[in-house]
Structure formats: structure tokens, C-alpha cells
Design a protein around this ligand. Structure first.
Ligand code: HEM
Length: 205
């Protein structure tokens, strides 16, 4: 139970928080995703189910882009080499601890155009996914240590964000603008948002 709490709740909540932060800063993306969600789901729905997710293509790209820019475990979990290996000309001895900087890889300008921009459209014609097989995007890690709660984490992020987008309009508190939204990060293995996001929720249904 403690594993699920430590590894599962914080990571999913932090991802939702970053998605909300990016949406409030990027008004055209917010409008596009809200339009999709509200058109596909229709009006006055009492509840949202996993079946609804199947038709929400742009919404899923928003989540993918959030995982790219804000991996909650940016250095994954440590690995150790079992035998001497050579990587890009460097000799790595046996029993060396290896940290993999997936944060830097996901913002590498050699791999991504304008990597610091929040642009879900970059994935429209791309086969890159975040489930551990495309090494340029590894928010859940990869290989034998890949996150065992990945399916549950994705479901929590998707359903959590979808409920917030469908049932509420969000606004920044009066007197503040997107420039006031703090993007600083903090943490140790799991990195989150340093300053909480302040929003005014306006209930729709
Ligand atoms: C958005 C949600 C989540 C993200 C981004 C995430 C990300 C990660 C990452 C990057 C790792 C390290 C993988 C590696 O080093 O290759 C990891 C490990 C782990 N995750 Fe998740 N996770 C999420 C949700 C969950 C959930 C919901 C659970 C449990 C129900 C969970 C349980 C674990 C556990 C137990 C490990 C350690 C595995 C090991 O020791 O090898 N995670 N997670």
C-alpha cells in the first residue's frame, strides 16, 4: 500500500497539475481541447467513463505533451551495470550506477523542434509513444524496471483531467496573468511543481 501511495498518487496528481498549468498558459491549446471534450461528450453528462476516452484524440496528445515536458521522475530509478560495457566510446565498468536523464532527452533540440514549447500537435503524425518503447520519450521508464503502475497512472491522469476539463471552466485569480504562473520545480526522485497553481474553478454542470 505504501508503494502505491508513494509511487502512484503523487506522480499522477503532479502530472495533472502540470497539464492544468500548461493549459492555463497556452490558451489556444486550452480552447482546442475544451472544444473537443465538450463536443464529443455533449451536454449535461452526469459522469464520464473510460469509453469516452477512446474518441478524444487531441486530449490524449495534450497528455502526451505533458508527459514529455514534465516527467515526474526525471532521472528514473538508478540502474547498475552487470558487466563492463561501452557507450558512445566510453568504457563503463561493471557495477557502475547509471542515471538516465529522460527530462533532458525529452527536451533535446536534436530530437524535438522547439522543445520547450507546449505543442501537442507535434505528435499528430508521429508514432512516438510514452509506454517505454520509444527512447526519446520515457516518462514511465523502460525495460525491466519500467513503472509497474503505468496503466493505472495513465487512467488516473486521463480521467482526472477529463473530469476537470468537462465540469469546470478555469480562470486565473483576478489581477493575475499567465506571466504570474510559477513554473519552478522541486523534489528529489519525484519532482513536482514548487508553487501550487492557483485557479478559480467555475462549475458548468
Ligand atoms: C502518471 C503516473 C506515473 C508516472 C509518471 C510514473 C513514473 C514512474 C517511473 C519513471 C518509474 C521508474 C521506472 C524506471 O526507472 O524505468 C516508476 C516506478 C514505479 N512506479 Fe510509477 N509512475 C506513475 C504511476 C504509478 C502508479 C499508479 C503506481 C502504482 C499503483 C506506480 C508504481 C510504481 C512502482 C512500485 C515503481 C518502482 C518499480 C521498481 O522498483 O522497479 N507508479 N514510475
Amino acid at each position: 500500500m505504501i508503494d502505491i501511495f508513494l509511487a502512484g498518487v503523487n506522480t499522477s496528481a503532479t502530472t495533472i497539475l502540470w497539464a492544468m498549468t500548461e493549459l492555463i498558459r497556452n490558451t489556444s491549446v486550452m480552447k482546442k481541447v475544451q472544444d473537443e471534450v465538450r463536443t464529443v461528450l455533449g451536454e449535461n453528462r452526469e459522469k464520464i467513463t473510460e469509453q469516452d476516452l477512446n474518441q478524444l484524440n487531441y486530449f490524449k496528445l495534450v497528455i502526451k505533451e505533458t508527459f514529455r515536458l514534465h516527467p515526474t521522475a526525471p532521472l528514473l530509478l538508478p540502474r547498475e551495470t552487470m558487466s563492463p560495457i561501452k557507450i558512445q566510446g566510453y568504457d563503463i565498468p561493471k557495477e557502475t550506477q547509471i542515471m538516465i536523464n529522460v527530462y533532458a532527452i525529452a527536451r533535446d533540440p536534436k530530437l524535438w523542434e522547439n522543445p520547450d514549447d507546449f505543442k501537442p500537435e507535434r505528435f499528430v503524425d508521429s508514432s512516438v509513444d510514452y509506454r517505454g518503447l520509444n527512447f526519446e520519450l520515457l516518462p514511465f521508464g523502460s525495460g525491466r524496471r519500467i513503472c509497474p503502475g503505468m496503466t493505472m497512472g495513465i487512467a488516473m491522469v486521463e480521467l482526472g483531467l477529463l473530469n476537470l476539463l468537462y465540469f469546470f471552466d478555469w480562470a486565473l485569480p483576478e489581477g493575475t496573468t499567465v506571466k504570474d504562473v510559477d513554473m519552478e520545480e522541486e523534489g528529489a526522485v519525484i519532482i513536482g511543481k514548487k508553487v501550487p497553481l492557483e485557479l478559480v474553478p467555475i462549475r458548468r454542470y
